[in-house]
Ligand binder design. Structure first.
Ligand code: NDP
Ligand code: MG
Length: 392
């Protein structure tokens, strides 16, 4: 049996490391082609020595010598910098994991699709900023988009064998994040350290803070609309503190398919790795008698206004997803560097949208990569300026 050739963009992150954990348990099924990092050279070298890929890339430019020296006893090709990262995405593989955080993950994913790879899509920012473009690239190259975000993997699995025209609604669940039970006053004082702890999931820092603000769910609502071609009205969000039900799909006959599993990303990653087949995974077996009850509630719009913004973005359409994502990334940087408070992120994103997106013009621009990158840059500079002036 031929091994499936896998490239991982963002191999040193939480998704990347979980992917390697699964590959390590089934070495006869997979061959690693490319591993990329941002700046974590130690982890990249460790993974390179263990998995012996054809090539490794660190996106930061100044680490070439360090990486080269560490891998000098191997045949592995070494390069650094953004250009090298993009070039590595054109190397032939069967499945590319898009696991870089932020809009920086968009281009490697598009290039992998252009080169005929299927795309295991953890990088939700790609779908939010450029859903139309990503889908078009997949169709043009006859490639599959396999969601890795747990909710979207859940929907994808529930839809297997179903006619998408029979979907009535889709419910995305949310844990509620670190501040689910905090008051508005307490949330206003939250520090980056407090926001970086997740009650159920173990993830990278940025998505963990996005879970605390529910910007993560806001991104996921848009991601779901794009991935499954849903209308805005078909998508709902419920807070489900136990995080066992990942999503529910309701069909026109009243039947509902819920995807249930432990809060462990290795399920969705493993499903994408072996898709279209299933394989045994090293996950905890749920004991429903012990769990006892599963609870669901409406998200609190006052304490977590980000989800409301996602619905505005979906009704605006066009460039607004790219603006939303870039402004959110910039606001998060502002919070992490303590320039703004936790509750100031949302108004900054909203003001950036108001400034750049107008119903009458946001559809006019063709969804080309150049347009999206320009809009991303513009939104970052507007949001950064708002951060600078926010308190004055
Ligand atoms: P992490 O922060 O843990 O990892 C991010 C990865 O991207 C690292 O390999 C990092 O490199 C690399 N990276 C960061 N910035 C750049 C850049 N500018 N250029 C190239 N590489 C870069 O993130 P996660 O693994 O948590 O998340 C990855 C993606 O998956 C995100 O889009 C997230 O929303 C999504 N996702 C994550 C889930 C999770 O459980 N973690 C669940 C669902 C979706 P380095 O560390 O070497 O600097
Ligand atoms: Mg998710």
């Amino acid at each position: 049996m031929n091994k499936k050739r896998i490239s991982i963009f963002g191999a040193t992150g939480s998704i990347g490391q979980n992917t390697l954990d699964l590959i390590a348990r089934d070495r006869q099924s997979y061959e690693v082609v490319v591993l990329t990092a941002g700046s974590n050279i130690d982890l990249l070298v460790k993974a390179a020595l263990e998995f012996e890929p054809q090539a490794v890339v660190a996106a930061t430019n100044d680490q070439f010598q360090e990486l080269k020296t560490a891998l000098s006893d191997t045949q592995i090709e070494v390069s650094t910098g953004r250009k090298a990262l993009l070039e590595s995405a054109s190397r032939k593989c069967d499945l590319a994991f898009s696991a870089i955080v932020g809009a920086a993950g968009l281009e490697p994913g598009l290039i992998a699709l252009e080169n005929g790879a299927d795309l295991a899509l953890a990088n939700k920012e790609s779908m939010v900023a450029a859903g139309t473009l990503v889908k078009r690239k997949a169709i043009e190259n006859n490639s599959s988009l396999i969601p890795v975000d747990s909710e979207h993997s859940a929907i994808f699995q529930a839809l297997k064998g179903e006619n998408v025209n029979t979907i009535e609604r889709v419910i995305l669940t949310a844990s509620g994040g670190a501040f689910r039970d905090w008051t508005l006053d307490e949330i206003a004082q939250a520090t980056p350290e407090q926001a970086s702890t997740h009650p159920n999931w173990n993830m990278g820092q940025r998505i963990t803070i996005d879970s605390a603000s529910m910007f993560n769910k806001a991104l996921e609502v848009i991601e779901a609309k794009e991935l499954f071609s849903l209308s805005t009205e078909q998508i709902e969000v419920l807070v489900h503190p136990q995080s066992y039900v990942h999503a529910i799909v309701g069909f026109c006959d009243g039947g509902m398919m819920a995807h249930i599993g432990p809060p462990d990303m290795r399920h969705a990653i493993g499903y994408a790795l072996s898709y279209p087949n299933r394989r045994t995974l090293p996950l905890e077996k749920l004991d429903f008698a012990k769990i006892g009850s599963l609870t669901f509630m409406e998200p609190d719009k006052e304490r977590f206004p980000a989800i409301g913004l996602a619905y505005e973005v979906m009704s605006l359409g066009g460039i607004s997803g790219a603006v939303f994502n870039a402004a959110k990334e910039t606001a998060l940087d502002g919070f992490l560097s303590k320039q703004i408070g936790f509750l100031e992120m949302c108004p900054i994103v909203e003001k950036t949208i108001v400034k750049l997106c107008h119903k009458e013009n946001s559809h006019k621009l063709e969804a080309s990569l150049i347009n999206i990158l320009d809009i991303d840059e513009m939104a970052r500079s507007v949001a950064a300026e708002l951060i600078r002036t926010y308190r004055s």
